[in-house]
Design a binder for this molecule. Structure first.
Ligand code: HSE
Length: 307
């Protein structure tokens, strides 16, 4: 066993318009850092400090400690663990703040205890933490945060790491207005029409095929959101204006990241990505909403040891 580890864990975009609760990707930026230290108190998990966000230090109420405890317990509680969290992804961001913490926690415990679980084996423990935040056990943020890349999470069976569409550049706008996942799920329809379900599943199929064909333009073209975005866009400040700016400046697709308020915009080259980011920045700086803007790509690696 090691005595201390330091983990970097990525933000993620879930849903990607075509795969509600089933598709997500890891981002090269932003990401956050967690330190885990072994303590001589078997089974005990404590949070020492959280920098960058006003979150509960009570280990029963924090996704990282709940996830860490779940894995530690399954490994027979050989020690206790002290956690320090440096948050850069604010809770309620739509880019997987809680998933990033839960992923860092389980990858950290796996490293600390040198347990050598496979990455996909860590997912259920991270989901125990994520459940606290979203009230559901969907892995579309957790799976890419742990496994990296672009991951499809079918209702049963193995997770599929898909080939990353080539030339994808992703601009993320995070308006600093929290949207709670639980509330963003409540605005969604309980039933959808058969016609919409057929069309949406065809777009998801086309997206997956395009990924395997290595066709980044077709993969972006397939990102059509028939029954999630239309209901959630009212929760996102200036969604229609941002969309118009992004598409005018070369975005091939885009939409709401996870449950919002972040949005993602896909460009096929770095010049278009820069132009999209500049246009969004110019627009947002004339509003009274604080925001963060990231120009990034899909990260091939999920949460991992950095020290
Ligand atoms: N798939 C989830 C949702 C992601 O959109 O509600 C948010 O955690």
């Amino acid at each position: 066993m090691k005595s201390e580890v330091k983990i970097w864990s990525p933000a993620t975009v879930a849903n990607l318009n075509v795969g509600f609760d089933t598709l997500g990707c890891a981002l090269a930026a932003p990401g956050e850092i967690m330190k885990l230290k072994r303590i001589d108190d078997p089974g005990r998990v404590v949070i020492n400090c959280i920098e960058g966000a006003d979150l509960d230090l009570n280990p029963e109420n924090n996704v990282a400690s709940v996830a860490a405890k779940s894995l530690l317990n399954s490994l027979g509680n050989p020690c206790g663990i002290e956690i320090e969290i440096q948050k850069t992804i604010l809770p309620g961001s739509g880019i997987g703040s809680s998933a990033s913490s839960a992923a860092a926690a389980v990858v950290g415990v796996n490293e600390l205890l040198q347990a050598e679980l496979r990455l996909d084996e860590l997912i259920p423990f991270a989901l125990d933490g994520e459940f606290l935040a979203s009230g559901a056990r969907h892995a579309d943020n957790i799976a890419p945060a742990i496994m990296g890349g672009l991951v499809l999470c079918p209702p049963q069976g193995a997770f599929h790491v898909l080939p990353v569409p080539p030339n994808w550049h992703i601009v993320i706008l995070h308006p600093q207005v929290p949207v709670r996942t639980l509330e963003a799920r409540e605005v969604l329809p309980v039933h959808v029409s058969l016609a919409a379900a057929v069309e949406q599943s065809a777009w998801l199929g086309s997206f997956v095929a395009s990924c395997f064909e290595g066709d980044g333009a077709s993969a972006a073209l397939a990102l059509k959101d028939l029954y999630i975005g239309p209901y959630r866009s009212a929760l996102i400040p200036h969604f229609d204006s941002i969309r118009e700016i992004a598409m005018e400046r070369g975005a091939r697709a885009g939409g709401i990241s996870g449950s919002g308020p972040s949005t993602f915009w896909i460009a096929l080259n770095s010049d278009d990505a820069q132009s999209i980011a500049e246009g969004i920045q110019a627009f947002m700086s004339n509003t009274d909403i604080d925001y963060r803007l990231y120009s990034t790509q899909i990260a091939p690696k999920g949460a991992h040891l950095i020290q």
